[in-house]
Structures are given as structure tokens and as C-alpha cells.
Design a protein around this ligand. Structure first.
Ligand SMILES: C[S@@+](CC[C@H](N)C(=O)[O-])C[C@H]1O[C@@H](n2cnc3c(N)ncnc32)[C@H](O)[C@@H]1O
Length: 205
């Protein structure tokens, strides 16, 4: 990701944050509880919205983003540690997190299927998963426009794909969607889900 992207990210996002993103983040992230993993945390824009979590570990592979997020971690009301890591290769043991979080990140992750597989691995069974994502819309003209724009857009916007069908990827990866709220005619989705439950033990006759 280009250095300029981290440097200008908050400035570019400011109108959207004021226009409703901040409220969405607040109401989503107050559901984060226990030990929380946030992937692709960027500049730490979500950090002030964690109020109920016991401990948040936030990862991002971009050193420029991580450097910007550290002061926000220090100011947060809950303990937050920031690490350099990719969502596709999380440096954690299996089944330790109560809540997993990703906001505006699945558009950018190069291998979203592998990242979702990792989230299932590190999450406790039937853990909480909270996402706020922009996605490919299911209207023919708008969807095609997203396809056409993606090759150019991803060069300008740090690898962001406008055409990711993140909801489909989530359900294919075994997330059980419990609440789905669309914004801007389905361009943005707020998704609450449960991670996979443990397999049922076979019953003895
Ligand atoms: C559009 S920004 C979103 C930042 C923040 N989550 C937000 O809600 O504003 C996308 C973030 O994903 C990060 N990212 C890129 N590739 C990633 C990967 N493989 N795993 C985790 N995060 C990644 C980028 O460094 C960047 O910080």
C-alpha cells in the first residue's frame, strides 16, 4: 500500500465519517465484547468506539497505518494493542477471541477467503463477528460499473476492490449472519454474525 494512502486516509474519509460512518462504527462496536481481534485496523479509527471490550488486539500489515493508530490506541477507553500482521496469516493460536471485527477491509485484503478461514480458526466457537463493508451491489447497471471501475480504482485506493461480494464470501466461509443492515441502497452493509459452532459429538446408541 502506498505511503500516501496512510498519510491521507483520515482526511479522505472525514466527510464520510461525519456523514454517518462514525455513528455506524459506534453502534456496531459497542457489541464487541471480551477479547477482540480487529483486522486491517488502519489508522485506528474504530478505537474510540470500543466501550465494552475487555481487550482489543488490532492488526494491520501497513507500517504507516500502524504508526498512525498507536496514539489512538493509547487514548482508547479499553486496552488496545496494535501489531503488524496480515489477516491471511494471523499470529495467534486457535479459538482464543470472543469477537472478531473488520471494517472497510475485505475490499482490500488480497485473499479474503483465506482471511475468513483465519478468522474462523482464531475465534472461539459461535463467537461474535462484526463487519461494516462496502460491497458489490446486486443492481445490474451499478454492479457492472463497479466491475469496470475496479481495475483503475484499486491502483488509486490502496488495493480496494469495488466489486467484492463480501456477504457471499462470509456465508461460504461458514459465518452465520444474525443481522444485516444495508446502507446507501446496499452499497454498504453492516453485518453481525456468529462464527462456526463446534462439530456435534456423535451420539452413542
Ligand atoms: C480501507 S482501509 C480500512 C481501515 C479501517 N479498518 C477503517 O475502517 O477505516 C483498509 C485497511 O486494510 C489493510 N490491509 C491491507 N491488506 C491487508 C491484509 N492482507 N490483512 C489485513 N489488513 C489489510 C490496509 O493496510 C488498510 O489499513
Amino acid at each position: 500500500m502506498g505511503r500516501w494512502f496512510a498519510a491521507f486516509y483520515d482526511m479522505m474519509m472525514a466527510p464520510l465519517e461525519r456523514g454517518g460512518f462514525q455513528d455506524i462504527r459506534k453502534s456496531l462496536l459497542r457489541q464487541a465484547h471480551g477479547t477482540v481481534l480487529e483486522i486491517g485496523a488502519g489508522t485506528g479509527v474504530n478505537f474510540p468506539s470500543y466501550t465494552e471490550a475487555a481487550h482489543v488486539i488490532a492488526v494491520d500489515p501497513d507500517p504507516g497505518m500502524v504508526a498512525r493508530s498507536v496514539p489512538r490506541a493509547r487514548q482508547a477507553t479499553v486496552p488496545i494493542d496494535v501489531l503488524l500482521a496480515r489477516a491471511e496469516a494471523l499470529p495467534f493460536p486457535d479459538h482464543i477471541f470472543d469477537t472478531v471485527v473488520g471494517t472497510l477491509v475485505f475490499c482490500t485484503i488480497p485473499d479474503p477467503r483465506q482471511a475468513l478461514c483465519e478468522l474462523q480458526r482464531i475465534s472461539k466457537p459461535a463467537g461474535t463477528a462484526l463487519f461494516f463493508e462496502h460491497v458489490r451491489v446486486h443492481r445490474p447497471l451499478a454492479g457492472r460499473l463497479q466491475e469496470w471501475l475496479t481495475p483503475v480504482w484499486k491502483r488509486l485506493a490502496g488495493g480496494c476492490h469495488l466489486n467484492r461480494d463480501t456477504l457471499a464470501l462470509l456465508t461460504q466461509a461458514g459465518f452465520d449472519v444474525t443481522c444485516l443492515v444495508p446502507y446507501s441502497q446496499g452499497l454498504f452493509l453492516v453485518i453481525a454474525a456468529k462464527t462456526a459452532s463446534p462439530p456435534m459429538a456423535p451420539r452413542l446408541a
